[in-house]
Design a protein around this ligand. Structure first.
Ligand SMILES: CC(C)(COP(=O)(O)OP(=O)(O)OC[C@H]1O[C@@H](n2cnc3c(N)ncnc32)[C@H](O)[C@@H]1OP(=O)(O)O)[C@@H](O)C(=O)NCCC(=O)NCCS
Length: 170
């Protein structure tokens, strides 16, 4: 059964923190940044829009993943995908792809042209890069030694306009 995608709620904070920690993909300072964005995203219900958008994936009433994106300030229709994570036990079942397609659709609906995502070149991120490759993101640039010596920043781009005319992936 596909995951149900819905907006972020205050009750998601604790399960999302557990999920982010349990993926083992993120260092402590990255977890802190992820939680900071979630806290900013939760202020939207109080009328404070910090520009961070969220989708939460739920299966059987359980939070199984989320993604966070936003319009890139000072651009026309450019968006950044800041974070995507799926519960380790639920990976490989299309939840990550569904979350990305949901973020892309929301960005496109408000005039978005392109979505960028940045990731690391180090071997431990090979699965993450394979994921972006498989869902149609194209590597457009690399910044050598950005994260650490030998660990480049890899920038992927997804064309939101072109996607409109592409038949849905089976
Ligand atoms: C990366 C991540 C979000 C992918 O989510 P997911 O739900 O497992 O991915 P999906 O099941 O939607 O996979 C979509 C496509 O990517 C491919 N893919 C996913 N994980 C892969 C892996 N580890 N190796 C190779 N391909 C992979 C799938 O095979 C699928 O392609 P296909 O349908 O053509 O076969 C998830 O594995 C995750 O949370 N990882 C840890 C956190 C992380 O690295 N986040 C990104 C950095 S912010």
């Amino acid at each position: 059964l596909p995951a149900h995608l819905r907006p972020l709620r205050p009750a998601d904070r604790a399960p999302l923190e557990r999920l982010i920690r349990a993926t083992d993909a993120f260092l402590e300072d990255e977890v802190a940044v992820a939680m900071e964005l979630i806290d900013l995203g939760l202020e939207l219900s109080a009328g404070k829009d910090h520009g961070y958008r969220f989708l939460v994936a739920e299966m059987d009433g359980e939070v199984v993943g989320y993604c966070c994106w936003g319009r890139t300030p000072c651009t026309q229709g450019t968006y950044d995908l800041y974070w995507v994570a799926v519960d380790a036990r639920r990976q490989g079942h299309g939840v990550g792809r569904d979350l990305m397609r949901g973020a892309e659709a929301a960005a496109r609906d408000e005039g978005g042209r392109q979505m960028f995502v940045e990731t690391a070149s180090k071997p431990s991120y090979a699965a993450t890069r394979a994921f972006y490759d498989r869902i149609g993101y194209l590597e457009v640039a690399r910044v050598p030694d950005f994260y650490a010596p030998g660990d480049d920043k890899v920038i992927y781009r997804y064309d939101l306009c072109q996607a409109q005319f592409r038949s849905p992936t089976p």
